[in-house]
Design a protein around this ligand. Sequence first.
Ligand SMILES: Nc1ncnc2c1ncn2[C@@H]1O[C@H](COP(=O)(O)OP(=O)(O)OP(=O)(O)O)[C@@H](O)[C@H]1O
Length: 303
Amino acid sequence: MAAISISNVKKRYGALQALDGVSLTIEQGEFFGLLGPNGAGKTTLISIVAGLNRADSGAVAIHGHDTVTDYRNARRLLGVVPQELVFDPFFTVRETLRMQSGYFGLKKNDDWIDEVMHHLDLTGKAETNTRALSGGMKRRVLVAQALVHKPPVIVLDEPTAGVDVELRQTLWKFISRLNREGHTVVLTTHYLEEAQALCNRIAMLKSGKVVALDSTSALIRRISGSQLVVSLEQGTLPEELKPLVSHPDELVSGHKFTLRITDYREVEPILVRLREAGVVIGDMQLHQADLEDVFIQIMGNEK
Ligand SMILES: Nc1ncnc2c1ncn2[C@@H]1O[C@H](COP(=O)(O)OP(=O)(O)OP(=O)(O)O)[C@@H](O)[C@H]1O
């Protein structure tokens, strides 16, 4: 049975069609990425999956439990880390996590609460009031809150937006461990290198529609080849190399060029040609196509 099945979900805000018939099936045990530019509909979709928002039409089920008609069972299977930092500021971290456990009917949950706090480096803040925490620490509490009932499906909406490298590493280590132990993870992020490193499959959303859905490696293979980036200290780019330039703006500015190549063997003849033309290279880099290139290409093509 699918971890999350989303069937033809539509949502409109006034004149704006925020979700325009989204269908996705996320299997149990996947580490799934939901990517898209600002306003694509990611948070709207996640809030519908979490039962916090109602779709106009279509349906979502978590392990077969409909998020509307069988909300309690669906909610129990789901741990959601929201994008916004919202807390009741009068409680300590431990009290907050105990209350969240109580919400799921878990009374003796302290061992797991301690383990979650340990893995998120929150133990030292257990007795601190949530209002006195820094933004990064608050985000750790949000993650801990989502995990108190050991949900088989974990959904994270931009959990690393604006947080430091240390928290990102701590968080991904813990979430990856939970994924290895069988938890399904769904992630939205604007950090494409993070999605590339973590997600086995990715959906790209634009203007409320799924515009790409494939394994991460298959998406990256769509972009064949690499780029040779050269900065010229002296001289100008020979005419016959101009068709290789990826960004037309570079022909205007005239000193740094991103040249498309399909094979590393093409590098040497390019360098020979530059030398013959009297060019002095100030800086040079080889850039392998990555998820960011795929994202830019797909988002650019899908008007
Ligand atoms: N409650 C609301 N009322 C009206 N419009 C809304 C509401 N919530 C979201 N929208 C609009 O719906 C569209 C989708 O928003 P959503 O927050 O789902 O996008 P997103 O992909 O999560 O974007 P971001 O990357 O910026 O978080 C946006 O144009 C947004 O302005």
